[in-house]
Write a protein that binds this ligand. Structure first.
Ligand code: ZN
Length: 479
């Protein structure tokens, strides 16, 4: 494994990504084209993402539940733009128990319809609102071009679905969840994101407004890392989600939905990884620290392993996620490379000399070679490690932000714009016309990623047609 180097990112970013996912043992291909097997190491990373989100969801009053995988096909057809958007991607079950089904069932591509059906039964009065439910599950969309984590037929995610009494509450919920995604991305994943609004062409099928967080990958392309939809009354009308208000009047609810998926693992890989492999942000890393014992004979082994276990216990006590690499028959050099490939933020090297001196070597994954190495005493090691993990977390964010800034351009004209989207993000005025957006996409392969919530400067002229434009948008080629 350690004998084969990854292709460098500059040489072949796509192949670097594919090989890294396989060799870091994050995921594997499945027998059905486009499906994904998430391996334990990849799942441990996803679990830490889910924990970081679930904590935030619950702190804001949301609860979890589980809705069925199978949805009557007629449900999907009830909301017009929803069916138009999802029909081409549906997996449909027509036979069950050897019998042709009376009504075909779809495997959920998302659960607005079946949850809307349940909400219509559960919600009677204004006293029943708001309903704030999330579910952790997987969904199926029949994608044609697939890539592990980024676009797979089945993917894992959470989908939140809420119902409210007023339009203002629905919008506030939509924005709150966008903020939660942004906060998790920045603070836990060390990924800078741009929160913004989608264009009509890019919004969710059935939403009034879609918001997203957009991140720049190390090759300059964009990745939509999470979305939050204000569904207005579209699904409430289609599924009769209604309540009696304080005056006894029947009203339609206002609903939202929001999701973040295993794509986010792809974002972490492509934002932080280097030519040696993965680099994981300490807050999400399955192992924050790996201890590699170094010894040549049994006497040394006894002393080194004894010290390693003591250090491990200290770190576990301090709630640091640590692994001792006790594999027999692999050299320390092999183990170093292996954990570098898997992106463990901090490595502790421990040999007989270190044991004698009562010290260890700490090696940072984000700073290869001598630059990232420090010698620290074994006494109080948990404090040194904790401090260093914080530093690594911050350094990864700073580096990702600097990369994004260096590759974000404000083109003066369309010629400059075309050059900008070859390299990264173009921040440019857009008149709001879908025709300009469509032609830009056709001519440059760049899509309108979002209209950032934060806008600097007044109005300007559309980068494509020159007409008056109120806001700047982010354009980029995207995953
Ligand atoms: Zn225009």
């Amino acid at each position: 494994m350690s004998e084969l180097k990854l292709p460098s990112r500059s040489e072949d970013f796509a192949e670097w990504y594919n090989q890294l996912v396989l060799r870091a043992e994050l995921a594997d291909y499945a027998p059905v084209r486009g499906c994904m097997i998430v391996r334990p190491y990849g799942w441990a990373l996803w679990e830490n993402i889910t924990a970081a989100l679930d904590r935030r969801f619950k702190a804001t009053g949301h609860v979890n539940a589980a809705f069925p995988l199978l949805i009557p096909k007629s449900f999907i057809e009830r909301e017009k733009s929803h069916v138009a958007g999802f029909s081409p991607e549906l997996a449909v079950v027509t036979i069950g128990g050897g019998e042709k089904l009376e009504e075909p069932l779809v495997i959920r591509p998302t659960s607005e319809t079946i949850i809307g059906h349940a909400y219509a039964k559960w919600i009677q009065s204004y006293r029943d609102l708001p309903v704030l439910i999330n579910q952790w599950n997987s969904v199926v969309r029949w994608e044609l071009r697939t890539k592990l984590f980024l676009r797979t037929l089945e993917f894992f995610w959470q989908e939140g679905h809420t119902a409210h009494a007023t339009a203002e509450e629905g919008e506030a919920e939509t924005r709150q969840m966008l903020d939660i995604y942004a906060d998790m991305a920045v603070r836990d994943a060390a990924i800078p994101v741009i929160p913004g609004r989608k264009s009509d062409a890019e919004k969710f099928a059935g939403a009034d407004v879609t918001y997203s967080i957009e991140a720049m990958m190390d090759d300059g392309r964009a990745l939509q890392a999470g979305t939050s939809h204000n569904l207005g009354q579209n699904f409430a009308k289609a599924f009769e989600i209604r309540y009696l208000d304080k005056n006894g009047q029947l009203q339609n609810c206002w609903t939202t939905s929001w999701g973040l998926s295993t794509r986010f693992v792809g974002a972490i890989i492509m934002v932080h990884g280097d030519d040696q492999g993965l680099i994981l942000p300490p807050r999400l890393a399955p192992h924050q620290v790996v201890i590699v014992p170094i010894y040549k004979n049994d006497d040394e082994k006894i002393a080194v392993m004894d010290a390693a276990r003591k250090i491990r216990a200290e770190l576990v006590n301090a709630e640091i996620r640590v692994k001792v690499d006790e594999r027999e028959g692999s050299s320390p050099g092999f183990k170093f490379n292996d954990w570098e490939m898997r992106g463990v933020p901090l490595r502790i090297e421990l040999g007989p000399k270190d044991v004698a001196k009562g010290s260890v070597v700490l090696a940072r994954r984000d700073k290869p070679g001598k630059e990232g190495k420090t010698f620290v005493p074994q006494a109080g090691i948990e404090l040194a490690v904790d401090k260093l993990l914080d530093e690594i977390q911050r350094a990864l964010f700073d580096r990702a932000l600097a990369m994004r800034e260096a590759n974000t351009f404000e083109p003066k004209d369309y010629e400059e714009f075309k050059g900008a989207v070859e390299r990264g993000f173009a921040r440019a005025y857009w008149c709001g016309n879908a025709e300009c957006e469509g032609k830009i996409k056709e001519q440059t392969k760049a899509t309108m990623r979002c209209i950032p919530l934060e806008q600097a400067g007044g109005p300007g002229a559309c980068i494509f047609c020159g007409q008056g434009a109120k806001e700047r948008a982010i354009f980029a080629r995207a995953y």
